[in-house]
Ligand binder design. Structure first.
Ligand SMILES: [Fe+2]
Length: 177
């Protein structure tokens, strides 16, 4: 696979299967893709890259469902020769981003996993807006994090949601309803 070429959506789904992702993970990735593409259209993000990144964001779940599945997925994608733009979407998709400090506390290799590009943000947040394979209002996720006393995470979720909603010109909860 050429380093520059993005795989087609069909190739992405084949890659998930070949890596051994469960049908539940594949269904989740497709649901995240549907939402991510809508947000990409609305915010002006690169739709093709977002679609590929969303379909492959959880490819690391073929190895582990733990916090390292983003890292595992990035490693797999790199080995496959996928473009760095896709690798970084996978590596930075966890929650609303993990800072270097948080990464240390979580036992991850200390580095900043915050989504930086618009495409990275769109995929990370589309994942936040999908519970298994259904759209959820972001407030439900924020409330859940507040109940678990993850205040910093809840704040970052709200900020990411507001940033993308502002770019879109409407609240993403309404866009996806
Ligand atoms: Fe994930």
């Amino acid at each position: 696979m050429s380093k520059k070429r993005l795989p087609s959506p069909q190739e992405c789904i084949k890659l998930l299967d070949e890596q051994g992702c469960s049908p539940e993970v594949v269904a989740h990735c497709k649901a995240v893709r549907d939402v991510a593409v809508k947000i990409a259209e609305c915010t002006g993000a690169d739709k093709e890259l977002v679609e590929v990144g969303a379909l492959l964001h959880d490819i690391g779940r073929s190895k582990t469902h733990g916090i390292t599945h983003g890292l595992e997925g990035a490693r797999i994608a790199r080995e496959m020769g996928l473009p760095e733009s896709v690798v970084r979407i996978i590596e930075r998709h966890l929650g609303a981003g993990i800072s270097k400090e948080e990464a240390k506390k979580l036992g991850l290799p200390p580095k900043d996993y915050t989504p930086k590009t618009l495409e990275e943000k769109v995929v990370a947040h589309a994942d936040n807006l999908i519970e298994r394979d259904r759209v959820q209002n972001i407030q439900l996720e924020i409330d859940r994090q507040m109940r678990n006393k993850n205040f910093e995470y809840a704040k970052k979720l709200r900020e990411l949601h507001d940033e993308l909603s502002a770019l879109c010109g409407r609240d993403l909860n309404d866009l996806l309803r």
